[in-house]
Design a protein around this ligand. Structure first.
Ligand code: C2E
Ligand code: CA
Ligand code: CA
Ligand code: CA
Length: 279
């Protein structure tokens, strides 16, 4: 037996071990997070850019773990996807959001869109459409009020299958939004193929809207082109008035971002709707 380290191949160094341990720990805690009541939802308002009228809310998940603290969805959603826990969690998210939305609608009598992020893993689940139908029936939310946000990652799987699923949802009256445009392999040619109603321009794109050279900025022409396809545009991550003014000028339909509203917890959501509906 050769002495340790002589050949220089160590499969697991300390750093890797820590990583693997953290990942296992995260996974274990995540799987118990729903029954332990550690997950909750926040809702970020979206407004029409010209009138500042409320368009709707994007549902965003939060996890406050007693052991791990606040964990970002950017960290735990991929774990939920790998373990398929996302199917269970996704249903919980939809159900919780719809129930909340219906309650608020009954209380404040408003019309708006409830937008929910859907993972590629969920779309591939054979019972997905049935699950959505079930939740809408159970909660009494009208399909016209629901929007699902998907990302281009869903097309890693069968494009044909996914388009079939999206068409079924669209036929029910559900709005389809393509999220994160401007990251990854965003391609305008997708837009013609997909049954989508709304395009969400990602924050990385919006971040590039700064003071200089705006007349040559690419977001303007993209908005015009998308409009020609009868698709509406939501800009995401709008933080300052340079971005807002530019987007208004370029006829971007809706604005989501800290400049007009951060994600809201239940209390703040109630307050906002009270304000908006009490004239
Ligand atoms: P996303 O779907 O692109 O969501 C938008 C993210 O941008 C949210 O981060 C939101 O809080 C943040 N944001 C919005 N406006 C601004 C702004 O003006 N400035 C800055 N700095 N940030 C802004 P969040 O909540 O941390 O979510 C991160 C990602 O995690 C989401 O990106 C989405 O991919 C995923 N995610 C969150 N909730 C869910 C969920 O319920 N289901 C699924 N499948 N994924 C989710
Ligand atoms: Ca989203
Ligand atoms: Ca996005
Ligand atoms: Ca994003």
């Amino acid at each position: 037996v050769k002495e340790d380290g002589k050949n220089g191949v160590q499969f697991f160094n300390k750093e890797m071990k820590d990583k693997i341990y953290m990942r296992m720990e995260l996974e274990k805690r995540l799987l118990a997070s729903i029954e332990n009541n550690e997950l909750y939802l926040v809702y970020q308002p979206q407004y029409c850019s010209d009138t500042k009228q409320l368009r709707g809310f994007e549902t965003l998940i939060r996890w406050n773990s007693p052991e791990l603290g606040f964990v970002s969805p950017v960290q735990f959603i991929p774990v939920a996807e790998e373990t398929k826990f996302i199917n269970y969690m996704g249903k919980w998210i939809l159900k919780t959001a719809c129930a909340k939305f219906k309650k608020l609608q009954d209380k404040y009598n408003f019309n708006a869109i409830l937008s929910v992020n859907i993972s590629a893993v969920q779309i591939m689940e054979p019972s997905f459409v049935q699950m959505i139908k079930g939740v809408l029936e159970e909660t009494g939310v009208h399909p016209y009020n629901l929007e699902i946000e998907i990302t281009e990652s869903i097309f890693i799987s069968s494009m044909e299958y996914v388009i079939g699923v999206l068409n079924e949802l669209k036929d029910m009256g559900i709005n389809i939004a393509l999220d994160d445009f401007g990251t990854g392999y965003s391609s305008l040619s997708y837009l013609q193929l997909l049954p989508i109603d709304t395009l969400k321009i990602d924050k990385v794109f919006i971040d590039s809207i700064v003071g200089k050279g705006l007349e040559k900025h690419i977001v303007g022409p993209i908005i015009s082109l998308v409009h020609q396809l009868d698709i509406s545009v939501v800009a995401e991550g709008v933080e300052n008035s340079i971005q807002l003014d530019y987007l208004k000028e370029q006829r971007c339909d809706c604005i989501q971002g800290y400049i007009w509203g951060k994600p809201l917890n239940d209390d703040d959501l109630n307050k906002l709707l009270f304000q908006l509906t009490s004239g």
